[in-house]
Structures are given as structure tokens and as C-alpha cells.
Design a protein around this ligand. Sequence first.
Ligand SMILES: Cc1ncc(COP(=O)(O)O)c(C=O)c1O
Length: 401
Amino acid sequence: MTQHIGELNPPVRLMLTPGPSSVDPRVYRALAAPLVGHMDPWFKGCMDETQILLRQIFQTENRITMPLSASGSGGIEASVVNVLEEGDEAIVAVNGVFSERMYEIATRASSKVTKVEAPYGQPVDPDDIRRAGKGKKIKMIGLAQGETSTGVLTKIDGFRNVADECGALLVVDAVASLAAVPIHVDRERVDVCFSGSQKAISAPPGMSPITVSSAAEEVFRKRKTRVQSWYFDLTTAMNYWGKDRLYHHTPPISLIFALREAMRLVVEEGLETRWDRHRVNQLALIAGLQAMGLKLLVEKPSDRLPTVTAVMIPSGVDDVKLRNQLLDEFNIEIAGGFGPIKGKIWRVGLMGYSSQKPNVLLFLAALEKCLIDQGFRVSSGAGVGAAVENYAHAETAAVSR
Ligand SMILES: Cc1ncc(COP(=O)(O)O)c(C=O)c1O
């Protein structure tokens, strides 16, 4: 039977999810540029430019710096399987689903991996890692700078100190934080850092930028066994992204075009301005949510990840119904909770192109309407009013700086 399939016509959503974020029109245009071959001399120049931009955003001079042809989970996989061999000891700081994923992947690379946990909504304490590593030869300490499942920010410096004491490599998941939250790979001496194209960089999903320090490269060189994954063996993948440009696999060329354009936008804006924009928009969002009587999962303001705000769902409000109403009536997508906090929180993403004042104000107004429709009492306009006031303070502070 022949079934007619219509032309692709997706709805234009405002993506206030913890990824993917909405995309700038310039990035869509780059995505639609004519395809070239991955060995075309012109494309090799485009690869150089992509790597220059990546190094600027990671703030590194690392030779191994490239976008992996994979989503953010591929970044976790590549980092862990290149560092660890069977029998190596590792510690992973786990405070949510994505850091748990790093732990899970690490246990497939070595049987000697320790999980050090913090309650959901808090970062892991580096002292707990120190205690777990005492007397052991630790090869890797891993953490998520931004734990997207809970909206928690982890500060890297304490972990770097512990890694130095243990002689371990520091692996940082910056999937939800790169280009939104300060991270300086060289200055903070992060050994392996990876991200995802679809979050604060605001390109389509499908690429995982990664960078590797010379210390980690040295460790890779001294491995006794081959990396268990052919595809994610960074040393051989770098034969294509390095000066020889030898074929490794066919990369998603159009996604590289889009990533390059998205990163040009990051660099044009400037990292510091971008970090500030994410901070200011989240503060306005939080002011609005709190004025509406809503509570946040992450209690301590300094632990809040600027890209993802975890909001406690008030009792009596139906999680899925509210999210469906936001989508159907306002074209806004937000996310629910994962794992043990499923049904308990909403996760509101303000990342990259999505992190804009008009989006914050529209979302607060839409949320108010959806809450009122479910019988939750909100004083009219309270959320938008508080956010507007917060922006006014931020603007005054910026002028007087
Ligand atoms: C912190 C973090 N790490 C890893 C991932 C996995 O990325 P992906 O879904 O692109 O594979 C995500 C995705 O949300 C994430 O937020």
C-alpha cells in the first residue's frame, strides 16, 4: 500500500528545555549551505576555523581539540575510554543523571570505579573525593560542571586540587555549561573537557566538542592496551582533525558548518558578555518564579546552574498537563524531571539563543496562565513584574559599573 508522506513542516517552538536550545537564523543558514566533501581542500580550511573557534571557547591551546561526531554522551564515552584501562582506579562525583552516566560508562572501562555522591540539588564536596581517594592510585576524577538533571553548578577548582594530590587526570563534562558559564580549560588545568553542540552553543544536536591537555595526551600514549572503542579513540580520530587530515570517518559536514556559525556568534558576543547574559536572565527568571510562590530545587544561589533552573512542582498541579498546555497554547517547551525526581520538578532551560529577556517574560506570563488554569493561586502579573524589576536593577548596576 502506498502511503503519502507530506513535506516536513515542524512547528516553530520556543525551546526552553535543558537542551536542545533554539537556534539563531544564521545557524540555520549555515546548516543549509551546499555540501562539500570531507576531504575537499576547502573543507580542510573550514575544519581549521572550527578548531580555532573551539580553542577560543574552551580557552585552551590544546592540540587535541575537535568536535566529535556524536552527541554529548559520546563526549563522556570518549573521555572515559581514552583515560581508563581495565584495573585503573577512578572516582566520579555523582549528583544527578548525567554524572551517573559518566560513572556507568567508567564502570564499563574499568572494574575499579568509585562513586562519590551528593543529594540531588547539591554539588559533591571535593573533600569527599579526597577521602575516597586516600591511599589509592587514582587515574581519573570525573564530574559534571553543569548537572542538567538537577540544575546544579559544580565549581572545578576544589576538584583540581584533589586531582593534583592524587596525581589524577581531571575530566569535566561541560555539556550544559560551555559558552554560558566561565570555564578556562588551560588556566583551570582541566585534562579532558567536552560539551554538546545543542546547549549553550546553540547549534543543532549531534556534535560533541572535546579538548585534551598535553598531560592527558601523554597518558594516552603510555596506555598498555588499545582503546576499547575504535570510533572514539581520540589519538586516531585526531589523525583527521590534526595536520595530516587523514580519513577516519565521514563527519556530519553540515553540522560542522552549523557549529562553526554558532561559535562565530559566541565569539562575536564575547564570552564574558555571554556568561553575564545567562546569569542576568536566570536571575530575572528566578525572581519571577519566586514572586509567583514557586520554590526551587537548588537552595543555595551559588550552586545554581545558570542554564537550567529546576522548579519544584506545587502540590495539586499536574506536571504533564501543564507542560502540554505550555506547548499547545504557547509553543513553549520545558522539561520534566528525571529518575528519582520525575514528577517533582520542571526544568527550564535558558541556554544560548534561548536565553533572552523576551523569552523569560513570555514564559513567566504563560506559566502564570497555566498555573491559574489548574487552580494554583498566583497574584496577577506577579512573576513578570518581579522579573522586570530584576532586569531594571541589573541594567542600573551594569551602567554604574
Ligand atoms: C551534563 C550533560 N552531560 C551529558 C549529556 C548527554 O548529552 P546527549 O543527550 O547530547 O548525548 C547531557 C544531555 O542533556 C547533559 O546535560
